[in-house]
Design a protein around this ligand. Structure first.
Ligand code: MF3
Ligand code: CO
Length: 288
């Protein structure tokens, strides 16, 4: 039997290991390493195509919901519209029945002092409200996840600040996203900017891998952290910074087990995209 150090069978005179020895594909070994070291699934081109399709449908549903979110409309009516839009698109709303207690609606609608996971209800949107609408759709078994803020009429200076700072911090974080950057740099970009604008960054909730499941490794903290995972092509994850006007801490509503409100009842805002790391940088998969 030929061994690694024997002359190659092709007659080149080189050792087999330097010549025709079968190579592990570079991409395949990196994928193995990420799965073993971090539990991260680097997506194949076929998976990426499906995740892109799911993200586009999710973004379109979110866009329709945001356009429908006007004064007098209840968040429950937005949930009803969401059910219709998912159905029409052949998509399943990922939040419905998720977690424990099972999430009862198809989207999250987080108003004013609600940090995240607000449950649609009978309250009509009012002048001066800010609301985050968060949509996550499953299409052909693949997941997209994105959210945006909608403002109703004239809003306070404080609310304007959190809406703008959360959007800009997301965009700064996305600019970090390229091979060679590390996960901690995302949190640094967000928290450096938020602090400079007199805002705080929620650290109880994080972005996450997404695509073949709703929530996959890695966690993507939005606050200062020490996660030294290099970003590599094929990673798909969300960035979804929650930015507060006052303290960073939140309280979970003990009655519904989901709604998280700021401890000081000051406003909070959030924007979210699903990002793909490519060979040269990134693609924002939930951009329409
Ligand atoms: N983007 C949010 C997240 O990743 C969506 C939450 S849906 C819920 O946590 F069902 F978990 F509430
Ligand atoms: Co998410």
């Amino acid at each position: 039997m030929i061994t690694r150090n024997d002359p190659c069978w092709c007659g080149s005179g080189q050792k087999w290991k330097k010549c025709h020895y079968p190579k592990m594909p570079v991409g395949a070994s990196l994928a193995k390493q990420y799965l073993l070291d971090y539990g991260i699934v680097l997506k194949t081109p076929e998976q990426i195509d499906k995740i892109k399709a799911a993200c586009q449908i999710t973004a379109q549903i979110l866009d329709r919901l945001c356009k429908a979110a006007t004064k007098g409309v209840t968040t429950l009516e937005l949930d009803e519209l969401s059910r219709e839009l998912h159905k029409k698109a052949g998509a399943t709303p990922a939040p419905f029945g998720y977690g424990s207690p099972p999430y009862p609606k198809t989207i999250c609608t987080s108003l004013n002092e609600v940090i995240c996971h607000g449950i649609p209800d009978n309250r009509p949107l009012q002048e001066g409200d800010i609301v985050n609408i968060d949509a996550s759709a499953i299409v052909d078994g693949f997941f997209g996840d994105c959210s945006r803020m909608v403002t109703i009429g004239e809003i306070s200076e404080e609310k304007r600040r959190v809406v703008e700072v959360s959007l800009h911090s997301l965009n700064l974080a996305i600019q970090i996203c390229k091979p060679g950057s590390e996960v901690w740099q995302i949190g640094k970009a967000i928290e450096d900017y938020a602090r400079s604008q007199n805002c705080s960054v929620v650290n109880q909730f994080v972005g996450h891998g997404v695509g073949i499941a709703f929530h996959e490794p890695p966690e993507i903290p939005h606050h200062y952290n020490n996660v030294r995972i290099p970003l590599v092509p094929g990673m798909t994850f969300t960035i979804e910074p929650m930015i507060n006007a006052g303290v960073r801490e939140g309280n979970l509503d003990p009655k519904d087990g989901w709604t998280v409100r700021t401890k000081d009842h000051k406003p909070s805002a959030q924007w979210e995209h699903t990002i793909l790391i490519t060979e040269t940088g990134h693609e924002i998969l939930t951009l329409i």
